[in-house]
Ligand binder design. Structure first.
Ligand SMILES: Cc1cc2nc3c(=O)[nH]c(=O)nc-3n(C[C@H](O)[C@H](O)[C@H](O)COP(=O)(O)OP(=O)(O)OC[C@H]3O[C@@H](n4cnc5c(N)ncnc54)[C@H](O)[C@@H]3O)c2cc1C
Length: 414
C-alpha cells in the first residue's frame, strides 16, 4: 500500500490543475483517471480561455427563442424528448437562476473567478513550457443581421463598463480584411480582444501534467467508484494497487455523481453534451480567429489538427446514445461560410459539459466528510477556469488565504 497526501480523482483539465497546484505546495499527490489524462471533455472543447465569459450561459427567457428550441430543429440547442421528464427539475432551477436580476448577481460572483483565467493559465503555461499552445488573437462573434449585431454590441458595451472587458466592433470591410476566406455574407463582427485560445486543449492539459510529474506527482489509472473512507483519510484501488491518502478531491467533471451519490450527496448536476469534427481547410484557406456563427449557432476554431467545428448544447442523459444532429445541420452552413475540405475524424467526438443549475462550479470542502473536497461543475468554462480552480482548492486545502473568496461556489449552497 502506497501513501500520499492527496488523491485527485479525474484527470481532466480541472483535476490536472488541482493536482499540479497541490504538488507545487509540496503535497505528494496522486492523480487518478480510469482512462488516460484529458481524454474526455477536456479533449475536445472549443479551446477558448473565455476572459469575456463573466455571464455564464443562461437558459433563454424570451418567448421566440423558447419556441425555436421547443421545435427541436435549431443548431445551437437540441434535446432528447425522452430525457425531458428526468431533466425537468434541473431545467426549472436553471431557468429560475437565469432570470435577468438573478443572472446579473451570479455574473458578479462568477466574474471574480473569470478575471484570473488568463493570468493563471499564463503562470502554469510558462512553467510547463506550453506558451506555444496559446494564441493571443481573441475570438469573434460573426453577424449576419443588424439586429443581432446591435444587441451583442450593446451588451459588450455594458460589460465593458461593468467588468472592464475589451472588444472591437468590426464592419464588413474590416472583417473581410482580417478574415479574407470567410464568405462575404457577414455584416460585421464583435471581436473580443482579451481572450486567449488554445490550439490543442488536450495538449495543454498534458503539458500541465508533465510539469506535475516533474515536480514529483504521479498519474495512475484507477476507478474513482472504489473510493472508501479509511480512518481520517481515503483509500482507492488502482492498477498500481491500493493507495491511501490523507485527503481526496473529486474532480470528475460530468461523472462527479459517481462518487458524490455513493457518499450520500444529492447535488443537482446535469450535462449539456456537445460534438466536434475536424476539417482540412480547402486550398490555402486560413482562419486567423476562432469564430462563432452567431445566428446559426456553431463555432469554428483553428486548431493544430485542422478546423474544429464544435456544436452548442444537447440536453440529454449523460450516457444516452450519441445523436450528432447539430453537427449534421451545421456542417453544410459552415461549408458555405468557410472553405472546409474533407472531414479528418472518422466519427464525431462527443463531450458532456458538467452543469449546475446556478451556472457556477462547485468548489470547496465536502459538507459532511472530513478531508474531502469538490471541484466540478464547470459547464462551458472548464478549460477557462481549470487553473483558477486548481489554485483555489489547493490554497483552501493548505489552509492558506484563498486568492478569491470561495463562498459563492461552496457545495452547501445546494
Ligand atoms: C463542445 C464543447 C465545447 C467547449 N468549449 C469550451 C471552451 O471553449 N472553453 C472552456 O473553457 N470550456 C469549454 N467547454 C467545457 C470544458 O470542456 C469542460 O468544462 C471541461 O473540460 C471540464 O473539465 P473537467 O476536468 O471537469 O472534466 P473532464 O475533462 O470530463 O474530466 C473528468 C475525468 O474524470 C474521469 N473519470 C470519469 N469517471 C471516472 C471513474 N469512475 N474513475 C476515474 N476517473 C473517471 C474521466 O475519464 C475524465 O478524464 C466545452 C465543452 C464542450 C463539450
Amino acid at each position: 500500500m502506497k501513501n500520499a497526501d492527496a488523491l485527485v480523482l479525474g484527470a481532466g483539465i480541472v483535476g490536472v490543475c488541482v493536482a499540479l497546484h497541490l504538488q507545487k505546495r509540496g503535497r505528494s499527490t496522486v492523480l487518478v483517471d480510469r482512462r488516460g489524462p484529458a481524454e474526455e471533455t477536456s479533449f475536445g472543447n472549443a479551446g477558448l480561455i473565455q476572459r469575456e465569459g463573466v455571464y455564464p450561459y443562461g437558459f433563454p427567457h424570451d418567448f421566440g427563442a423558447l419556441l425555436r428550441y421547443g421545435l427541436n430543429r435549431t443548431i445551437d440547442a437540441h434535446y432528447h424528448p425522452s430525457a425531458i421528464p428526468r431533466l425537468t427539475p434541473f431545467l426549472w432551477r436553471y431557468w429560475k437562476h437565469s432570470r435577468p436580476a438573478r443572472h446579473a448577481a451570479i455574473a458578479r460572483s462568477y466574474a471574480k473567478l473569470i478575471e484570473h483565467c488568463i493570468s493563471e493559465h499564463d503562470a502554469l503555461a510558462a512553467e510547463a513550457g506550453a506558451q506555444g499552445l496559446l494564441r493571443r488573437s481573441g475570438w469573434m462573434k460573426l453577424f449576419r443581421t443588424a439586429r443581432e449585431r446591435d444587441a451583442r454590441l450593446a451588451e459588450a458595451e455594458r460589460w465593458h463598463r461593468e467588468f472592464g472587458l475589451n472588444h472591437r466592433a468590426l464592419d464588413a470591410k474590416t472583417l473581410q480584411a482580417l478574415e479574407p476566406h470567410l464568405a462575404p455574407v457577414l455584416i460585421g463582427a464583435l471581436h473580443w480582444t482579451d481572450p486567449v485560445s488554445v490550439t490543442d486543449p488536450q495538449g495543454l492539459a498534458l503539458a500541465y501534467l508533465g510539469l506535475f510529474e516533474r515536480l514529483g506527482g504521479r498519474f495512475v489509472q484507477g476507478n474513482a467508484a472504489s473510493l472508501e473512507a479509511e480512518g481520517n483519510g481515503w483509500r482507492l484501488r488502482t492498477v498500481d494497487g491500493p493507495i491511501t491518502a490523507a485527503a481526496a478531491v473529486v474532480a470528475l467533471g460530468p461523472w462527479a455523481d459517481v462518487v458524490t451519490r455513493a457518499l450520500g450527496y444529492d447535488l443537482p448536476l446535469a450535462v449539456k453534451r456537445g460534438y466536434h469534427m475536424h476539417y482540412r481547410p480547402a486550398g490555402r484557406a486560413t482562419l486567423g480567429h476562432p469564430a462563432l456563427d452567431t445566428e446559426r449557432g456553431y463555432f469554428l476554431a483553428p486548431m493544430r489538427r485542422g478546423i474544429r467545428l464544435t456544436t452548442g448544447a444537447e440536453f440529454a442523459l449523460r450516457d444516452a446514445i450519441r445523436t450528432p444532429v447539430q453537427l449534421g445541420r451545421a456542417e453544410p452552413i459552415a461549408r458555405e461560410l468557410f472553405p472546409l475540405a474533407e472531414r479528418l475524424d472518422t466519427e464525431p467526438w462527443m463531450g458532456a459539459r458538467p452543469c449546475t443549475p446556478d451556472m457556477m462550479p462547485i468548489i470547496g470542502k465536502a459538507p459532511r466528510h472530513a478531508n474531502l473536497w469538490f471541484a466540478f461543475g464547470h459547464a462551458h468554462h472548464g478549460l477557462t477556469l481549470g487553473p483558477v480552480t486548481g489554485r483555489l482548492v489547493s490554497e483552501m486545502m493548505a489552509g492558506e488565504a484563498p486568492f478569491v473568496d470561495p463562498s459563492p461556489y461552496r457545495p452547501e449552497r445546494f
